[in-house]
Design a protein around this ligand. Structure first.
Ligand SMILES: NC(=O)c1ccc[n+]([C@@H]2O[C@H](COP(=O)([O-])OP(=O)(O)OC[C@H]3O[C@@H](n4cnc5c(N)ncnc54)[C@H](OP(=O)(O)O)[C@@H]3O)[C@@H](O)[C@H]2O)c1
Length: 232
């Protein structure tokens, strides 16, 4: 069986790097997407022929389409997509949300995912095979004070995952979503120095769930929003 080709967005971040390590362990070919060549070089100093680094701003639909289509041509196909790119911001009460704050969250969390799937789904439909995993948030299962734009953007990711799954489950493509709580990252440790980090979900544990959702073992899972919350 030829090695699988896995595209990981947000590959340069905490969860993206852990996801890349999980697939490296199975010998997969990896298309690693980051926003800049420098962040890719920092995150992956030792690339070999199994890795294809791709620097692209995923909020730019045209550039994303071009970059992913070229990567797919080079690798022959894309078997699975882990749409990990995204981010967090908070602060404004809902009555204060500015267009800039709203657009920032929608671009970072929704458009990065949408532009990615625009580029990969046609090939998956053609091959009648594919796995897509998106990343929502357990915090977005309900509203939260001063997090309106963030939880709205992640809720949108979650609803779009369910919609995509309904569209693609009959076409051989599984679409599912993981819902992390606080991930144990250096940034979260610095922002919340008094928190009980033992309760947080480890990036590698989350990556293992993502890898499972990309496996044949998860072939009967469609449109699931899977909480992965450590001890919370
Ligand atoms: N951290 C948490 O506690 C937590 C909790 C719930 C959900 N999540 C979600 O889990 C995912 C991973 O979180 P993380 O902590 O690993 O994040 P992270 O370390 O901040 O990494 C974010 C990644 O997204 C990429 N990215 C952001 N905007 C992009 C753009 N316009 N174009 C291309 N790439 C872009 C970054 O690329 P560059 O570095 O190359 O710019 C980076 O690889 C995110 O979707 C996040 O919302 C995180």
């Amino acid at each position: 069986m030829p090695e699988r080709v896995i595209l990981i967005t947000g590959a340069t971040g905490n969860l993206g790097r852990a996801t890349a390590r999980a697939f490296e362990a199975e010998g997969a070919r990896l298309i690693l997407v980051g926003s800049k060549p420098e962040s890719l070089a920092r995150a992956f100093p030792n690339l070999d022929q199994r890795h294809l680094p791709l620097a692209v701003d995923l909020t730019d639909a045209e550039a994303t389409g071009r970059a992913i289509t070229e990567a797919e041509r080079q690798c022959g196909r894309i078997d699975a997509v882990c749409a990990v790119a995204g981010g967090f911001d908070m602060g404004e009460a809902v009555y204060e949300i500015t267009p800039a704050a709203w657009d920032k969250m929608m671009k970072m969390n929704v458009w990065t995912m949408l532009n990615t799937v625009h580029a990969v789904v046609p090939g998956m439909i053609e091959r009648k095979a594919g796995k897509i995993v998106t990343v929502g948030s357990s915090a977005a299962l309900k509203g939260g004070a001063r997090m309106g734009a963030y939880v709205s953007s992640k809720s949108t990711v979650m609803r779009l995952t369910e919609s995509m799954s309904a569209e693609l489950r009959g076409k051989g493509v599984n679409v599912n979503c993981v819902l992390p709580s606080t991930i144990d990252t250096p940034e979260n440790r610095a922002a919340m120095p008094k928190a009980d980090t033992e309760k947080w979900v480890k990036p590698e544990d989350l990556a293992a769930v993502i890898a499972f959702l990309c496996s044949d073992g998860a072939g009967a899972m469609h449109g699931a929003l899977v909480p992965v919350t450590g001890l919370v």
